[in-house]
Structures are given as C-alpha cells and as structure tokens.
Design a protein around this ligand. Sequence first.
Ligand SMILES: [Zn+2]
Length: 177
Amino acid sequence: MDAKRMNHYKYLLLQHKESHEDIVDDMETLSLGENDTPGASELSSYDNHPAEIASELFDVEHQLGLKRLEEHEIKEIDHALEKIKNGTYGTCENCGKEIDPKRLELLPHARYCIDCAREFDVRRTEIKEDRQKYRPSEEHLIQSSDLNDSLRGEQFNDLMEYGSSDTHQDRGGKIVQ
Ligand SMILES: [Zn+2]
C-alpha cells in the first residue's frame, strides 16, 4: 500500500476513534458505569406499569451494551493504527492477502479479508460490514464524509438485536434511576 492510501486510512481511523471516544465520554459523563444497576430498584415498584419497567431496563441494557461496543471498537482502531505504524496495515491477519480497499473504506480497522472474516465468524461487526458492502445501492453512495454515520448505523443495528425500539437520539439523553 502506498503512503497516500495509508494516510487516508489513518485519517479514517483517527476520525472513527474520535467519534467513538466522544460517545464513551458522553456515557461516562452520565455516570453510567459497568457496575451500576440503575433501574434495578424499579423492579420492586409493582405500582409501575410493567411495560414501562421493562422499557427502562431495556434502556439500561442498551446503554451498557453500547458502551462495551464502543470500547471494543476503540481497541480495534488502536490495533489498526499499530499496524499502520509497523507497516502491516491492509493485509489479512490470517491469510496475508491484501484486504479489499472497499472493505477498508467501510471498516478501516478490519483485521481480516472478507473470506477469512466469513470463515472465522468471530467478528460479528465485520461480517455485518461485509453484508453492507454487498448492498449495491449503498456501495455507490458511501463517501468519506459519510463513513462515521454509516458505521454508527451499523452499531445501532447491533443494539437493535438487544430488543429495543429506542431511537438513536435516546442514547445519551435519558438516565434511568
Ligand atoms: Zn484472509
């Protein structure tokens, strides 16, 4: 990979890292730690509407899940930045083949080529990105400036698997006590 492309991906990685760190900072500002169990006291409040309690518990689950996801992403980005430093960026950590530039554009911290990522099935978010990549309508629309949003969208889809119908905007605004 030439220096120009390497710099491009480094820029993407740093951008992504910053946005992930912002999100984690926001969460920490809201004092939503791993050990907190906000909402647990609500369990004894049988007067509350059950659906309401369930909804609040889901909120907590989502917040914690999101924070773990964000922290994981930051680690992966740091790992990719290390690879840029030692010159191994852009090659698959399993088979050593070059990772498709389109894949790196969507997922600059990808460790594996598409084939290996599929084979391993260990990196759920990478697999998701693979799927996204094969959506033709999106493939042509993605620009560098849109990357953060498109990746956040992917993370949000992860959260949806926890079972909530929360909107993106709920993420930082609502504290459950
Ligand atoms: Zn590979």
